[in-house]
Design a protein. Structure first.
Lengths: 101, 174
């Protein structure tokens, strides 16, 4: 997985490119923590347009992200999700944790 | 289903012993095996997730005897990965065996996946009872994801044998 960061005003966008699995854990966590520390955005949009696959450990990482974001006063949104990803997120009731589009 | 000789292969068995599990290429081998069944790309994508979650479950909770509860403490997930890595390095025995079988005559109605591991199993009935849909929890989503995609998910032999039936008659998603 690769990560790219875009910032526009109070919104930061983290674009994921590739499979989101246990192997992405370190890179993912360090990237968003650095983003929180250095830029403290109001909203973090996680752009999943280029992610066709994620597994249960990715869902676990999203919950941890949300908890850390909440403590820092940051809202996390999941954007541009593919149908398969939406199916998994909704099935895990993640629409109660995130705004998903 | 095309007419190639491969489509007549209805059963495949893959057995991973301790050395195979340490080599960490099991998921790639499972995916190559799935590719033999000549399914649609979206079905292969769903099956990739199903076998990956079945594999992690069998490895972590069966063969390695890890407890997901440690994921709950601060830094728990990183700690979990650390213990997983250490126990895998020290592994001297144990196995996971996958059997993939097409059901019925062509066109096949389902792919049955059976996963047997050398671990002591787990209390699946209790898992079902205590399993809630709270999205905030930090573990226990692997079986939930599988259950979203299959017609049947059950455990036998005290939880050391997982049986999954993946329907092949479902129309492609929009």
């Amino acid at each position: 997985m690769e990560l790219m960061i875009d910032r526009a005003g109070e919104t930061a966008t983290l674009r994921l490119n590739g499979d989101f699995t246990m192997e992405s854990q370190l890179l993912f966590r360090e990237t968003y923590r650095q983003l929180f520390d250095e830029h403290s955005p109001k909203i973090l949009a996680l752009d999943l347009a280029r992610t066709e696959y994620l597994d249960s450990s990715a869902l676990g990482m999203l919950v941890v992200l949300r908890n850390e974001a909440e403590q820092a006063g940051i809202t996390v949104r999941l954007t541009n999700c593919r149908p398969f990803i939406i199916k998994l997120l909704r099935g895990a009731n993640f629409d109660r944790l995130f705004r998903i589009s | 289903m095309g007419g190639s000789p491969l489509s007549s292969v209805a059963v495949r068995t893959l057995r991973f012993n301790a050395a195979d599990l340490q080599a960490e290429d099991c998921l790639a081998r499972l995916q190559s095996t799935l590719a033999c069944f000549e399914l649609e790309p979206w079905q292969l994508q769903e099956l990739k997730l199903i076998v990956a979650e079945l594999f992690s479950n069998a490895l972590e909770h069966g063969v390695l005897g890890l407890n997901s509860q440690i994921k709950h403490v601060t830094q728990g997930f990183a700690q979990y990965l650390h213990v997983r890595k250490e126990r895998l390095l020290d592994l001297e025995s144990g196995y996971i065996e996958f059997q993939l079988q097409l059901e019925g005559e062509p066109p096949f109605s389902a792919l049955r996946i059976q996963v047997k591991d050398s671990g002591g199993g787990f209390d699946f009935a209790r898992w079902k009872e205590t399993h809630d849909s709270a999205p905030e929890r930090l573990h226990g989503r692997g079986l939930l994801l599988i259950s979203l995609l299959v017609a049947e998910l059950r455990f036998e032999e005290a939880g050391s044998l997982a049986v999954v039936v993946y329907p092949l008659s479902t129309p492609a998603p929009e």
